[in-house]
Design a protein around this ligand. Structure first.
Ligand SMILES: NC(=O)c1ccc[n+]([C@@H]2O[C@H](COP(=O)([O-])OP(=O)(O)OC[C@H]3O[C@@H](n4cnc5c(N)ncnc54)[C@H](OP(=O)(O)O)[C@@H]3O)[C@@H](O)[C@H]2O)c1
Length: 289
């Protein structure tokens, strides 16, 4: 099976290339190799390639910058997925388009399921939702996979920033009134092939459970200690979402994704975010004290 991965220089894209290199015939395109803001370049790059599955892990992911660079956000997060969807349809290939929990407004207090109405509250969320719609309209075979709070070894994320601060400072804080679920790139790489042949429209995929950023960071610190990583900070204090004055974009207060549909389709139950975080820290930090 031949797989094309767009966004191979990103946190998720790089993890997918690494994980699939041994099992599949993989071609990755980084931002430098293919600029999604240029539809002609997308067509000319992919036109002569034969493949079975294309995974689009590239996106304009800077949530605040999307507010001031809306045109660019829509070009990359909405127009480009439409072009990719058309190319894949014409080649009889499947597009797996990665999307986000930020398509929801966050008013729910139960995990979001695929049938819940999307109602983005940021330009990033709007652009990603527009991309989802284009992909789903283009072919019944295409799949939109929504993920949340992605972390992994290929590009630092929130968890790595917290560990860095905890190594340097005695006192650290994180937001204690915003809920979602961390998603480990290594786990996603294992889950995705199970739906290469599944026509399911939208799928939510995240590790199991839910937490605030404060709980996430606290568990990261506890896992570091268990793995023998030296830290100055022991506990994570609470910040309030309302205090984040520098944030430009709105962010959903609650965006936990239910992976029940994926579980029903595949029989695979994602492990808890706590286990995934502990595993990540053991693998990525335990020898770097
Ligand atoms: N990170 C999260 O917490 C999170 C949460 C929910 C959903 N998601 C979704 O998960 C997917 C993967 O995100 P990630 O965490 O891996 O983010 P990431 O590390 O920022 O990766 C995104 C990739 O897209 C590339 N890119 C940006 N503009 C591009 C363009 N014009 N043409 C081609 N490539 C371009 C970036 O390249 P450069 O860096 O070189 O510009 C980067 O390699 C995205 O669809 C994102 O919306 C992420």
């Amino acid at each position: 099976m031949k797989i094309v991965i767009i966004g191979s220089g990103g946190r998720l894209g790089a993890a997918l290339v690494r994980a699939y290199r041994e099992k599949f015939d993989v071609v990755g395109f980084s931002h430098a190799q293919l600029d999604l803001a240029k539809p002609d370049a997308i067509r000319s790059t992919l036109d002569n390639l034969k493949f079975d599955v294309l995974i689009n892990a590239a996106a304009f992911t800077n949530v605040d910058l999307c507010e001031t660079e809306k045109d660019q956000a829509f070009a990359i997060n909405a127009d480009a997925p439409r072009v990719l969807a058309e190319i894949c349809r014409d080649k009889n290939a499947k597009l797996i388009h990665i999307s986000t929990d930020y398509v929801f407004d966050g008013h729910k207090r139960q995990p979001y399921v695929e049938d819940d109405a999307a109602n983005p509250i940021s330009a990033y969320g709007e652009s990603k939702r527009a991309g989802e719609k284009f992909v789903l309209q283009t072919s019944d075979r295409h799949l939109v996979v929504r993920v949340s709070w992605v972390f992994g070894q290929d590009r630092p994320s929130f968890i790595d920033a917290m560990i860095k601060r905890a190594r340097e400072e005695e006192q650290i804080e994180a937001i204690g009134d915003k809920w979602s679920t961390p998603t480990y790139t290594e786990d996603l790489a294992e889950w995705l092939p199970r739906v290469f042949d599944v026509d399911a429209g939208i799928l939510h995929l995240a590790n199991a459970g839910q937490c605030t950023w404060q709980e996430y960071a606290q568990h990261a610190l506890d896992s570091c200690r268990a793995a023998g990583v030296l830290l100055k900070a022991k506990t994570v204090g609470a910040l309030k979402l309302a205090d984040m004055q520098t944030w430009v974009a709105g962010r959903p207060v609650y965006s936990v994704l239910s992976s029940a549909k994926y579980q029903a389709l595949t029989g695979i139950k994602p492990r808890s975010w706590r286990d995934a975080v502990a595993d990540y820290i053991e693998r990525s930090y335990s020898s770097k004290t």
